[in-house]
Design a protein around this ligand. Sequence first.
Ligand SMILES: Cc1cc2nc3c(=O)[nH]c(=O)nc-3n(C[C@H](O)[C@H](O)[C@H](O)COP(=O)(O)O)c2cc1C
Length: 334
Amino acid sequence: MTSHHPIFITDALTLKGNLFLAPLAGYTDAPFRQLCIEGGADFTYTEMVSVEGLARKGEKTIALLPRAKDEKEYAIQLFLGELASLRSALAIVKEHQPTMIDINAGCPVPKVTKTGAGSALMKNPPLIMEIVRIIKEESGIPTSVKFRIGWDHESRNYLEFADAAIEGGADLLTLHARTRAQGYAPFAQWDCLTSLKTHLAKKGLTIPLIGSGDLFEAEDAVRMLQETNIDGVMFARGAVGNPVIFNQAKALLEGKEKPLLTATDKVNLLLTHLHTLAGYYDELTACTLMRKFIGGYLKGIPHAAKVKQAAVHALTITAYEDALNHLTVSEDRI
Ligand SMILES: Cc1cc2nc3c(=O)[nH]c(=O)nc-3n(C[C@H](O)[C@H](O)[C@H](O)COP(=O)(O)O)c2cc1C
């Protein structure tokens, strides 16, 4: 449905809207999620969290779990390739009472897939069924699965995989419309979203389907909803450097004009991001973590390359501000 609308999950849970922030390892930490919520995200995901790491009580792994400020509803995304540690990991996850627990069946990174986790789960539909069943039984928390079209072109099994997840009790599905072999390029195959939605409808299933893949601008979200008839969209790389993409998409879906940003707005967003990071981490960590976002914010701003170079070496907030002061920003909307 091409509109901004709530997503019904269970009698006890309706998500307030259909514009989601994707899980992005190394990016969707609590401060970035906070910014995206301020920018209009209706529902957010932690980056993927290792079940093995939780079971081992790894400090860095456990640190990924808490909510961001004002994050009323969020999903904790888990990755696992076998059931052995799941129950002990869930005991820790439950302490945070996430709105949803999401299972990663899409990560293509060999370090993850060689353990049977991430997109390797797609080779094992009975296992996803069992994982979902155990999570629901053990936690009572709504459970979702994020998966791909298949392991590779020859083994595209997303319909069968969705069926298995649903049989296990899944409450929401997200399809990243690429195979594992495709990684993150080239184009996502949105027609698979249409096929899956049709497949579910034929079975009389109303489980919400969220789409992921090539949502770089707000307009892409509108187009995906229009072309595929799915229930919601999940911004991933499109939100990096533009955490207000959600509000932009919302405006378009409400028939309003897209609120465009000036270069000044972008620089201000960058600084807000930096200060938000500093609210969660120490200043040096905040400045270091900020580096991977700079390019996104400065994209489209003329002559930003030199400033980008200086900012990348900045170790204090003041040094960032100094570097950005050298930018000639206009009030043109970009
Ligand atoms: C740097 C990076 C990290 C990602 N981390 C995760 C992750 O932790 N869990 C997950 O399910 N997907 C992850 N993804 C996949 C995204 O959530 C999304 O499905 C994918 O980027 C396709 O959307 P896009 O083409 O609009 O970026 C990651 C993608 C990128 C580029």
